[in-house]
Design a protein around this ligand. Structure first.
Ligand code: FMN
Length: 296
């Protein structure tokens, strides 16, 4: 394993390693304004939400690694403490990238990138009409993380209004993760797109306490067939099945075939039972998979 001391890396090397590893990052497409009324629009992927009550986002226009200068977005929010965070979908990605061009102070990137300015309800910076979600925010605080090249400036933005295009809602009025078509930034020029095929669900262990992987027998934990994801699902069940439940699964057709065919060959039996459990886990049948791995 390559182990790097951050104090040995140049800001450029640091940026490279970290941006490839800490990814994908959501994109805050921030519109801001200065007190003379000049509008600015720039993307920032050092961005996330950090609180829902109060609803707070943080994004970070860093000092340029190249020459330690600051970005117009930072200067604007220090001047007029408002912004709109526009969420970027796939249809916007090329124009969003164009808006990241370092145009001179006072140049409106809505115009340069060809986006439509839509008046905000509460704040002065306009929204990006094309964005599927637009968040009108008040700047609560700006925290500089340093004064050297590459130092971030945390902009704490409290969300006051959330605008959502109806076309990305499901029948219950919630945002449909498959419809919003999000993009995210990775390292270098890489981006990713959230397509319906790339989405999957992981059941949350919020209300129930999973037994934990450490409660599974050693043969299951050390299986050559079961993956880390398999063990994670098995460890997330609330209770181990009873001896009767485990016994009952040995009469199901697939299991019985394996047991009958592997009498006296314990290693093949274990492998085949684990393979069957793995298949069941792949389709979400955790309870039967657990009974099968506990049979052995
Ligand atoms: C997708 C994307 C994400 C970016 N994220 C950041 C970021 O988090 N912080 C930053 O300082 N620059 C980031 N940039 C670069 C800025 O957008 C760029 O420096 C821009 O010119 C700043 O504009 P401004 O000076 O008008 O604020 C990003 C660029 C792109 C295309």
């Amino acid at each position: 394993m390559l182990t790097l001391k951050t104090s040995d890396l140049s800001p450029m090397q640091m940026q490279n390693y970290l941006q490839y590893a800490i990814a994908p990052r959501p994109i805050c497409f921030a519109s801001t304004i200065d007190s003379a009324g000049n509008i600015n629009l720039s993307p920032f992927s050092f961005f996330n939400m950090f609180s829902t009550n109060p609803p707070m986002c943080v994004f970070s226009p860093a000092r340029r690694v190249r020459d330690n200068t600051t970005k117009h977005t930072l200067e604007n929010v220090l001047d007029v403490k408002e912004c709109v965070i526009n969420i970027v979908n796939y249809d916007m990605v090329q124009q969003m990238s164009l808006a990241s061009t370092e145009y001179g102070k006072g140049i409106n990137e809505f115009e340069k990138a060809g986006f439509t300015m839509q008046e905000s309800h509460l704040v002065k910076p306009p929204r990006v009409a094309e964005a599927p979600v637009q968040l009108e925010c008040i700047i609560k605080e700006v925290i500089p993380l340093g004064d050297q090249n590459g130092a971030g400036n945390l902009i704490l933005a409290e969300i006051k209004l959330i605008h959502i295009k109806e076309e990305i809602l499901d029948s219950e009025g919630k945002i449909d993760q498959a419809k919003i078509d999000l993009v995210a930034r990775l390292g270098g020029d890489w981006y990713c797109r959230v397509t319906p095929e790339s989405l999957f669900k992981v059941a949350k262990p919020l209300t129930t306490l999973g037994i934990g992987v450490d409660a599974l027998p050693a043969a299951v934990r050390n299986s050559k067939v079961l993956t880390g994801n398999d063990l994670g699902m098995l460890g997330n069940v609330e209770v181990l099945p009873s001896a009767d439940e485990i016994d009952a699964i040995s009469f199901s057709a697939n299991v019985k075939d394996i047991l009958d065919a592997t009498i006296g060959d314990s290693s093949t039996r274990e492998r085949e039972l684990h393979e069957l459990a793995h298949q069941l886990l792949m389709v979400g049948n955790v309870n039967d998979a657990l009974k099968i791995v506990l049979l052995f």
